[in-house]
Design a protein around this ligand. Sequence first.
Ligand SMILES: [Zn+2]
Length: 316
Amino acid sequence: MYYIGIDLGGTGAKAGIVTEEGSIIAKSSVPTKGLEGYEAVVEAMAKLAIKVVADAGLTLDDIKAVGIGCPGSVDDKNGVVYYSNNIVMENAPICDEMKKYIDKPIYIGNDANCAALGEFFNLGDDSVENFVAITLGTGVGGGVILGKKLYTGFNGVAGELGHINLCFGGESCTCGRKGCWEAYASATALIRDTERAAKANPDSLVASMVAKNGGKANGIIPFEAAKAGDSVGKTLVDNYISYVGEGLVDIINIFQPSIVAIGGGICNQGDNLLIPLREYVIPRTYGAGLVPATEIIIAKLGNDAGIIGAAFLAKK
Ligand SMILES: [Zn+2]
């Protein structure tokens, strides 16, 4: 049997046919931007899913269940999106609506939680019971696996790791609070800090790289400038690693997972990010040197994590 995994984002939906082992055998995507109401979004996702089933040379009889990863606060037990700001949904009964098109068991989860679930199963390591995945993207997403199960709290919305507090009264966060980890460790925050540094240091390599890029920073510029020996770039990278690292220390102190996987576009920096991050985090965790240390790795599934993880929601 096969599973349909759907990854709903702010501007589009991706769907894939996922095997019992977690491989994608067919996938496709559809734009959802501009669609009004959850009914229209679900209709687009359902049509996409049915098309992907056909693309894979299958029929709905070959499908066991459907999993949907959705941004926002999700009631996984009742199949409802409580609230999602970037696709404008409120108390949307996504699973019931999807069932009108595909009469199979339908499961729903937060997109970052789905990505964590996908990465966890992709480890293929039966000895790992406790695992955390972090995505450093527009925001900072997270998912927590405890005892091999996704931890979602009593209401389904646990695992919002981007909104732990890093700096009391600090930078404004999208959630309305100040000083959240996300406001320092997201790609968005790194870009903001890079633009500020370019403005404050007009003679730096960072400033000239930002100018060459049409006055806009990105997450690559500080790393490239640091590699070229620019002190402003180096400070930006050092600070960024400290911000990401401080949050990771908190998360490790709370959950003591055997593995933390970090994903998102910034992770394309590979060892330039991973090695200094490990050096920062591990000595600062509670009991460092005296207790077994968490392993920090780069997430492996990339953009497919959401589809695979959503399918695994359906597999549970
Ligand atoms: Zn926040």
